[in-house]
Design a protein around this ligand. Structure first.
Ligand SMILES: [Zn+2]
Length: 512
């Protein structure tokens, strides 16, 4: 992408997407914008006549492009070519087992059987299969079904034996005696168990990138903790070949990967910082965690720390106080990823710490059933309390966490606006709902310094970077806040977003 010539000058006609005083989304008066050299160079009231290279019409909505500030690109692409073991494909335990049996039949041989998307909270039995049930289904085959949260997997006995034989059994922790579900905290397992790679993964990434672009997502932060020089090389190749038209910032799993990853990136993407997992307080207090932060500091890199529970986030803030950034003012801020449970005192502390919080409001809809089952109602208002965090002055951005959550911004927007399941019930602390225009800013206000940061949704002005999503209709409650952008302009380049995306749940295909 970077070696392409400067984009041709174009005229764009349309109505800027605006936030009304009531916080709703509306459309302004039609305008014409001339874009040249990657920027908007002229703005005027729209006429009706033809213009050279004109895109859009008086009906077109000119929306800001959106940033997905937390996604896992390669995993989300791999999910498209993997056996889907999620609740749509396997709505109950017996269906899961027969799906796994079919997968074993369809992929004979000795190779790993790999599927993804299972979550016991989303099936009526509310429990994972036992190891005995799994073994009776797949026999001597090595099976891994990655949990929807990506922090656990179902394994067969044959899989566990292979993991032990490879010396990778440490850290595997069964959730209950006899269960097939194990917490596994090592991205290193991913190296033992192959996923789709090469051209198969590249092809899946191409369709994924098109779907997301059509949903207005033009900037992506990849927060995968296993990101290293090799994975960065793959993503850089995707950028160079135009497979991934979005601008990309990758976070590395370890600061020591930085130099190698920098060479692999070849200027096609930005290395944003270091992603560190903090699953529990003990992990955060351990020397290895503090050391990982320290090594990021030595290179002047910010850290993005996965912390979901309040006590963990609190412990992370202790460490960030203990090992403060060494770089000067203007350096990129540290981030807390998720902070799902956030009582008011913690919100105030986050503000004082000066960290960003990257939220996933899509979970408020997509995991509504799970939260209703697993979380005491007294805690619901503290579940991603977006309004309180905003009022406390904590800088926020939103991400999908795809493939853990649904890709794109529409589900997240609805989650932030409704705070409940798709049926429209506002379950999780109605006082924390955001107005649509405020919610959209979580995606429209980016980290990337090349874009406008004034938070004003509409009114593109001369001098702005020419980044726009051209929508066919106003995102609203009526259309589920769907961004439907057949055309996206990115740095003045006009990108055709291709045909209507395929349904989210493609027919599962085996991949071993
Ligand atoms: Zn994530």
């Amino acid at each position: 992408m970077s070696d392409e010539p400067s984009p041709a000058a174009v005229w764009v006609r349309g109505r800027p997407l605006l936030g009304t005083h009531a916080g709703e989304l509306g459309a302004g008066e039609p305008v014409e914008l001339r874009c040249r050299g990657g920027r908007i160079v002229e703005r005027r009231r729209a006429g009706r006549g033809p213009l050279p290279g004109l895109i859009g019409s008086c009906e077109t909505i000119l929306a800001p492009t959106l940033t997905d500030s937390h996604a896992h690109l390669m995993a989300a692409a791999a999910r498209r070519v993997r056996f889907d073991a999620g609740p749509e494909a396997a709505p109950e335990l017996s269906k899961l087992l027969s799906l796994l049996a079919r997968m074993a039949q369809a992929s004979p041989g000795e190779g790993w059987l790999v599927a993804a998307g299972f979550d016991e909270a989303l099936i009526p039995e509310q429990r994972p299969p036992t190891l005995r049930e799994i073994d009776a289904t797949v026999g001597q085959r090595a099976l891994r079904v990655r949990h929807a949260t990506r922090h656990a997997s179902l394994f067969s006995s044959a899989a566990l034996a292979r993991i032990e034989a490879a010396g990778l059994g440490y850290g595997l922790e069964v959730v209950a005696p006899g269960s097939a579900l194990f917490f596994e905290r090592q991205p290193v397992l991913t190296r033992l168990i192959p996923g789709p790679e090469g051209e198969a993964l590249m092809a899946a990434l191409r369709t994924l990138a098109q779907d997301w672009l059509r949903g207005g997502i033009a900037h992506i932060d990849d927060l995968t903790a296993s990101n290293d020089a090799g994975r960065v090389a793959f993503l850089a190749q995707a950028r160079r070949r135009g497979v991934l038209p979005q601008s990309l910032r990758a976070w590395l799993g370890d600061a020591d990967e930085f130099e190698g990853a920098q060479r692999a990136a070849q200027g096609t993407l930005t290395l944003a910082g270091v992603k560190i997992l903090a699953h529990d307080e003990a992990t955060v207090r351990a020397p290895a965690f503090v050391d990982a932060v320290r090594r990021a500091r030595r290179r002047g890199l910010p850290v993005a720390i996965h912390a979901a529970a309040a006590d963990v986030t609190d412990a992370v803030l202790d460490v960030l106080e203990q090992v403060p950034p060494t770089s000067g003012a203007g350096a990129a801020p540290d981030r807390i990823e998720h902070a799902f449970l956030c009582p008011p005192a913690l919100a105030a502390r986050l503000r004082r710490a000066g960290v960003w919080v990257v939220v996933q409001p899509g979970f408020l809809e997509a995991r509504a059933r799970k939260y209703e089952h697993e979380l005491e109602p007294a805690l619901w208002p503290w579940l991603q309390p977006l309004r309180s965090l905003g009022l406390a002055g904590v800088p926020l951005a939103a991400g999908s966490d795809a493939p853990v959550g649904p890709g794109g911004a529409a589900v997240g927007l609805r989650g932030a606006i409704t705070r409940g399941p798709r049926d429209g019930r506002s379950v999780f602390g109605p006082a924390e709902v955001l107005a649509p225009a405020v919610a959209l800013e979580l995606w429209a206000r980016p980290f990337a310094s090349s874009r406008r940061v004034d938070g004003n949704l509409g009114e593109p002005r001369p001098g702005d970077v020419a980044d726009m999503a051209l929508l066919e209709r106003l995102p609203s409650a009526v259309n589920g806040f769907e961004f439907e952008a057949p055309t996206v302009i990115l740095g003045g380049r006009v990108l055709d977003c291709g045909p209507q995306p395929e349904p989210a749940h493609e027919s599962p295909r085996p991949f071993c």
